[in-house]
Design a protein. Structure first.
Length: 180
């Protein structure tokens, strides 16, 4: 598979296949990130398409970025925040936290299923209790971004990302242990 840089260059040269391959590569991680902000399928799809339209419009800015992935996540984050602001101006936003999923079908027996469900519930409760900036940091990290990329997306120093990660892990640990 061609490198991200090569695909971006193909896109900027007018090769539609370069765009298609970039879309295939980043659609899943971006969509999962967006769904944490916008659980409704249609809203999430709209933001995803807006992010890729931004890539088409501002490809030169993406080329100058430290990493295309970080640039795409930053643009996507800003689009999510803009949509939230617009919604708040118009109407009250509905909760941004999806309901926890049910127990996985791969859990073999009822005791393990109950234990698994309780652990899942504790994690979801702990995540829901995180303040916005820490919850967002969690989503960026599980989306596979490095500390440098997260710093770029959030426009903060890497040291701040590390400090917030430490705070986030400590809070999650406290909340989970409190529930168990």
């Amino acid at each position: 598979m061609p490198s991200v840089e090569a695909l971006l260059e193909r896109l900027l040269a007018g090769d539609v296949r370069g765009f298609d391959l970039l879309y295939e590569r980043y659609e899943g991680p971006l969509f999962r990130f967006i769904r944490r902000h916008h659980p409704q399928q249609q809203d999430a799809e709209d933001v995803l398409h807006e992010a890729f339209l931004a890539l088409l419009r501002e490809g030169d800015a993406a080329r100058r970025a430290v990493s295309l992935r970080a640039w795409l996540f930053q643009v996507t984050r800003n689009l999510c925040l803009n949509r939230h602001r617009a919604r708040r101006r118009g109407t009250r936003a509905v909760s941004d936290h999806p309901q926890p999923p049910g127990v996985s079908a791969s859990v073999p027996d009822p005791y393990h299923a109950l234990e698994h469900a309780q652990a899942q519930q504790s994690l979801f409760a702990a995540l829901a209790a995180l303040p916005g900036e820490l919850a967002e940091l969690y989503q960026l990290r599980v989306s596979g971004l490095s500390y440098d990329e997260m710093a770029s997306v959030l426009a903060v120093p890497v040291g701040t990302v590390k400090s917030r990660m430490h705070t986030m892990v400590s809070r999650l640990r406290e909340e989970i242990h409190r529930d168990l």
